[in-house]
Ligand binder design. Structure first.
Ligand code: ZN
Length: 479
């Protein structure tokens, strides 16, 4: 028993030190391992399997909207990166350069892609000639590199996995429609699959993507009251098209510039899953994203028939469509329970010699630890209902947490006090002046998160300067 206790005790309680709790979970749940390259992480099978599920499900959603996948080069020539001024200014400080090929110094430096707008522009310039070539709806799943000074697993790493969609359209309206469409794909995925409620809105000019006309974002609230930008979608207008010369001939045979978008979601989202749903026993995975949904754990498995029944249950559950495993290792049941909880596997089925005699199994939910004793023939139906209920309850709990951590402030004094004492989002009115945004960031540490699509009229004046307000905005401390 001493050993089992140690396994659980090894996590720092959330309330004591949230950052340490997070680090403990990613290590103990065996999601990542640190590599010998500073700032780069290794995704272990438990972590990569979550990303695989994100990829499969999001990819299917993208394809429903007409998106096609491609694979682009890893390198960008310096001259290409330089073409759009705001873009290069935004990314230059965190770009990694390749200067040599073998022993030869390259004539032109190559950067390791921090994002691939410039490469897609270079491609579209060559393959788009006529209005018949549009739209182009391309996406790639890949890794990118941004030279970060401080890193944390999933949240900020030098190399990370993501998808980047890049589209080209004939009109500004189509590009805008696509930008919003993809943001909504992300938002629906977060809410329906990951059980993470998000606020949808537009970034301020200060916070928007380098080179974008406008950036839309989904913002989620972590358990500690900090915000996490969880996916972004950018409308470039024709800015990149003008810089790269991407033109098509319209129906009247006149040359027009295309309008472009890009949108991305990364392994950062796994950080959000951990920090929205986890507890002091470890990870809690929403059933719809969990690589293993049910773990069957035989108790006193050396006793006749126990392991056989566990394996039989597994087969039945797999046939019914549930991702199921049996832990028939020689670890003690207590140890197995701890491991299953640490890894966030949504449902545990316990079966021992007495259960076998009584023709029943014990089903335990990971999130609430609700326990149900169920006759064998009802296991599939009850497991299905419990997983469905768990998925719904997780979303509701996360929603309640989000809603109870949204505060409102009318004047600067109450704003400052709220930032200092109540972690969460603060909604206010804003004049739209970047000076106020900068002042708030410098003096309180809170940044503008987004101007929500659903606007409320909270008052007539800016929370910071008292001048007439233009828009309602969310603020918060963020990862
Ligand atoms: Zn102001």
């Amino acid at each position: 028993m001493a050993k089992e206790k140690k396994f659980v005790e090894a996590i720092t309680p959330m309330a004591e030190d949230f950052a340490q709790w997070y680090t403990d979970v990613v290590k103990k749940a065996e999601l990542v391992e640190y590599s010998s390259i500073k700032g780069c992480m290794i995704l272990r099978p438990n972590g990569y399997a979550i990303w695989e599920n994100v990829m499969h499900q999001l990819d299917a959603k993208f394809k429903e909207t007409g998106v096609e996948n491609v694979s682009m080069p890893l390198f960008i020539p310096e001259s290409l990166l330089q073409k759009e001024k705001d873009h290069v200014a935004g990314f230059a400080p965190e770009v990694a350069w390749v200067t040599h090929g073998g022993n030869e110094k390259l004539q032109e430096r190559l950067c390791v892609r921090p994002t691939s707008e410039t490469l897609f522009c270079d491609l579209y310039k060559n393959i788009v000639q006529s209005h018949r070539d549009l739209p182009k709806l391309y996406n790639q799943w890949c890794s990118v590199v941004r030279w970060e000074k401080t890193t944390r697993p999933f949240l900020r790493t030098t190399e990370f996995l993501w998808q980047e969609g890049h589209t080209a359209h004939a009109t500004a309206e189509e590009a805008e429609e696509r930008t919003v469409l993809m943001l909504n794909v992300y938002a629906d995925f977060c809410e329906n699959v990951l059980a993470i409620p998000v606020i949808r809105g537009r970034k301020t000019d200060k916070e928007k993507f380098a080179g974008a006309h406008s950036t839309y974002t989904i913002e989620a609230l972590m358990h500690d009251g900090k915000a996490l930008q969880s996916g972004t979608s950018h409308n470039f207008g024709d800015g990149f098209a003008r810089a790269f010369g991407i033109q098509y001939s319209d129906k009247e045979n006149k040359l027009q510039y295309v309008h472009q978008t890009s949108w991305g979601l990364s392994t950062r989202i796994i950080g959000a899953i951990i920090m929205v749903h986890g507890d002091d026993s470890g990870l809690v995975l929403p059933p719809r994203i969990a690589p293993t949904q049910i773990m069957v754990i035989p108790i006193a498995q050396h006793k006749e028939g126990v392991t056989e029944k566990a394996l039989e249950l597994k087969e039945t559950l797999i046939k019914a469509g549930f991702k199921t495993k049996v832990d028939d290792t020689d670890k003690s049941p207590g140890w197995k329970f701890s491991e299953q909880e640490m890894r966030g596997i949504p449902l545990r089925i316990e079966i021992g010699p007495k259960d076998l005699e009584a023709g029943q199994a014990v089903l335990v939910r990971r999130d609430t630890r609700e326990k149900r004793v169920v006759p064998f023939e009802q296991v599939t139906a009850v497991a299905s209902a419990m997983l469905e209920q768990m998925q719904n309850d997780m979303l509701h709990r996360a929603k309640a947490h989000l809603e109870s951590h949204i505060y409102e402030a009318d004047d600067y004094e109450s704003f400052k006090e709220t930032v200092a004492t109540k972690p969460g989002f603060i909604k206010t009115m804003w004049c739209g002046d970047e000076a106020c945004e900068l002042k708030i960031k410098e003096e309180t540490g809170a940044t503008s998160r987004c101007m929500p699509f659903i606007q409320e009229h909270l008052g007539d004046t800016c929370v910071c300067c008292g001048r007439p307000a233009k828009v309602m905005i969310y603020w918060g401390k963020a990862y």
